[in-house]
Write a protein of this length. Structure first.
Lengths: 435, 276
């Protein structure tokens, strides 16, 4: 009996051992981190026979690179310049260590063009995209931005924000002879156009949700007033011109109301909501401290704002339909201001005092944890890209105001434009593009 | 008890009973022949009835012997009709009485013998049961013995093979030992972390690769670290994440060599699960 048991036991032990040995043959490795180094991509010059103007591939390449997530292959490193998938040899592109390949062509189409492009995964050989975009005569850049958006989304899983626009305030001239311009440009800084010029300060541009209008503060006549201007027609309306301060306009998500900071009627600055149709004014906060810089939550049911009611500027949230006291959201550091909420409503971009410098930080609203994103000394005016991936802000470069972008995870940043003069208070348009 | 007797007790008792019954009948018949013709009215009945026990006795005896318990019911009557013979010889009373007495004695004897037969039968059945039980036990013992013998034989037959197996196992264990030595010395952990670092360096995390993502990838490599196959297993990531993972593994090729050649793994399982 014992002998049997022993034999059985031995056999049992052996049977245990063998599968274990087999299991050993597969090592398990946990991957808990990644990098956000630029993804190598080759955007080959598009085929275009004697067509005017725009290097579509260069625009796409610049968009992808500016996002910080892509590194374009220099054209000098390209062994070939294919413009169609016929006879395309992807292994050639593997040799130059590119992960993705973009090829395409620009074809005349009526009065305008048709931009055809294709995207390949060089590593797996997969054909990821094939698309034809119509373009108006002057719309090749826009078509290129749209192509870049599609490529970005196919590779990164989130929509791009290249075919969008930015508004900012440009200040030129020496003190005493200053000129303020309200500028609207493509998201890459190109096609910059002044929509308003003034010898008095222009401040706080804000986009309507449909991208068709801008609200801003103008001091024309030495008094602050809030205007709403329709971009297509340049028609504008003065919507708030109370005595004292009229500042920091912000469109509600439905575009029908404007949140404002007003010192009316008692001289103390509080947050109000203005109904644009009825011009009815609703007081939202009522505190002896300064409450300003309101920002709507994406659902339109609460406002984030800056208040120094606790002594130093901090960020608070107030529910509009409840009549509760505002909730303080920031506790890190002595200064947190100018909140802007991400499109998904989960993150606030704000200005924080970090090691003696004003920098851009991202606050996770749910956890209360914040992360400093920028590294300048006087960074200000953060605004989210409509895809929520990038924060645009104003910084100082040798005393001159410039625009920079930073990924929301802080991983990559880039300079956007080198407009003449000072650049301040950028505002990134929503995804919907006005014609 | 003598085995022969035990074996044949039934027939013996039966035939003995039959003989006794026949003798009794013959005596009765002779007796009756010598009796003068006095025929009381009841005599006919008796007459008719009289031979019955005589004739019936033998069959009764015959059935008594082989028939087990059920026969008891059938046998019961004979002793009953036995009295008629008392009345049947309707000649001189004393003779009739004598004969009746004799018949009754014969019947009693038959009944006693039957009872003995029944007892014997019961004893025999009991003995049979015991014998059967003993036999079953013996057979079980036999079976056990045979099984043990077979096992023993099998064991002996197996010994060579087993020795071979154990030798193989020992070799394998030795290899494992070497490998485990390498593992224990932290070399395997180093290998894993080098693989991890190489792949993490190559993984361009798309924005949608957030904590909560879990993707399993089965990777085949050849010595030298060249990746030959990348298969995505379970993965809750979107298309961009899946694509980024596959590209990462290909771009990490050739994978780092293990610090000890014995640690090389042809098949790797990678679990992409970002923790921040």
């Amino acid at each position: 009996m014992t002998d049997l048991l022993r034999r059985f036991g031995l056999a049992f032990a052996a049977s245990l051992l063998l599968p274990l040995a087999a299991a050993h043959a597969q090592l398990t490795v946990q991957i808990t981190r990644g990098v956000t180094t630029p993804i190598p991509v080759a955007v080959v010059p598009f085929g275009a026979d004697g067509l005017p103007g725009v290097d579509v591939a260069a625009v796409i390449n610049a968009d992808l690179e500016r996002s910080g997530r892509f590194a374009g292959l220099p054209r000098a490193a390209m062994l070939q310049h294919p413009t169609s998938s016929v006879g395309l040899d992807l292994s050639q592109w593997r040799l130059v260590k590119t992960d993705f390949l973009v090829i395409g062509r620009v074809l005349p189409d009526g009065a305008g063009y048709r931009v055809e492009f294709e995207l390949f995964n060089v590593v797996t050989g997969e054909h990821l995209l094939g698309f034809a975009l119509p373009a108006a005569a002057g719309g090749l850049r826009l078509a290129a931005h749209r192509a870049a958006d599609m490529i970005y989304e196919k590779i990164l899983g989130v929509p791009g924000a290249f075919a969008t626009r930015i508004a900012y305030v440009n200040v030129q001239g020496a003190p005493g002879n200053r000129r303020w311009r309200l500028v609207v440009a493509d998201a890459d800084g190109e096609n910059a156009q002044a929509v308003l010029e003034s010898h008095e300060p222009i401040m706080s541009p804000a986009w309507s949700p449909d991208g068709a209008r801008l609200a801003y503060v103008s001091f024309e006549g030495q008094l602050s007033a809030v205007y709403v201007q329709t971009l297509a027609t340049s028609a504008r309306e003065r919507v708030s011109a109370h005595a004292g301060i009229n500042g920091a306009p912000a469109f509600s998500p439905d575009g029908r109301r404007l949140a404002l900071a007003l010192s009316q009627p008692d001289g103390n600055v509080d947050v109000f909501v203005l109904d644009l149709a009825s011009h009815g004014l609703t007081r939202i906060t009522d505190d002896p401290a300064i409450d300003t810089e309101p920002c709507w939550s994406p659902d339109g049911r609460s406002l984030y704002f800056t208040s120094d009611r606790a002594g130093r500027p901090q960020i608070y949230r107030i529910q509009l339909d409840r009549g509760e006291r505002p909730t303080r959201l920031t506790f890190d550091g002595p200064y947190n201001a100018r909140p802007r909420v991400s499109p998904d409503g989960k993150t606030l971009a704000l200005v924080t005092l970090d090691q003696g410098a004003y920098r851009i930080a991202a606050l996770d609203i749910a956890s209360g944890r914040s992360r400093v994103l920028s590294s300048g000394h006087l960074d200000e005016g953060p605004t989210f890209a409509p895809n929520g991936q990038t924060v645009l802000f104003a910084s100082k470069d040798g005393g001159r105001g410039v625009l920079e972008t930073v990924a929301v995870d802080g991983s990559v940043s880039s300079r956007i434009s080198a407009a003449e003069g000072d650049v301040r208070e950028p505002a990134w348009s929503p995804r919907v593009l006005a014609p | 008890m003598n085995p022969f007797l035990r074996e044949h007790a039934g027939p013996l008792v039966g035939s003995t009973t039959l003989h006794i019954a026949l003798v009794a009948a013959a005596i009765l018949a002779t007796w009756w022949q010598f009796t003068p013709k006095v025929t009381p009215p009841a005599a006919i009945q008796a007459y008719l009835a009289a031979p019955a026990p005589v004739h019936r006795a033998p069959p009764a005896a015959e059935t008594a012997a082989p028939a087990p318990p059920p026969a008891v019911a059938a046998i019961q009557p004979p002793p009953q009709p036995a009295p008629p013979p008392v009345a049947a010889p309707a000649k001189p009373d004393p003779e009739i009485a004598l004969r009746a007495e004799a018949a009754r004695l014969a019947a009693d004897r038959a009944a006693a013998q039957k009872r003995a037969a029944e007892d014997a039968e019961r004893a025999r059945a009991e003995a049979r049961r015991q014998a059967e039980a003993t036999l079953a036990e013996r057979r079980a013992d036999e079976a056990r013995r045979k099984a043990a013998a077979a096992a023993e034989a099998a064991k002996r037959a197996d010994d060579a093979q087993r020795a071979q197996r154990e030798s193989d196992l020992a070799k394998q264990l030795a290899a494992e030992d070497h490998r485990r030595g390498a593992e224990d010395s932290g070399l395997q952990a180093r290998y894993a972390s080098e693989l991890q670092a190489a792949i993490e360096r190559a993984w361009n995390r798309p924005p949608t690769a957030r904590p909560g993502l879990k993707c399993t990838v089965l990777v085949s490599q050849v010595p030298g670290g060249t990746v030959t196959d990348v298969r995505l297993g379970e993965c809750n990531g979107d298309a961009a994440v899946r694509q980024s993972i596959i590209i990462a593994v290909h771009n990490a090729s050739p994978l780092p060599a293990p610090p000890d050649p014995s640690l090389f793994e042809r098949n790797l399982k990678l679990v992409f699960a970002p923790d921040d």
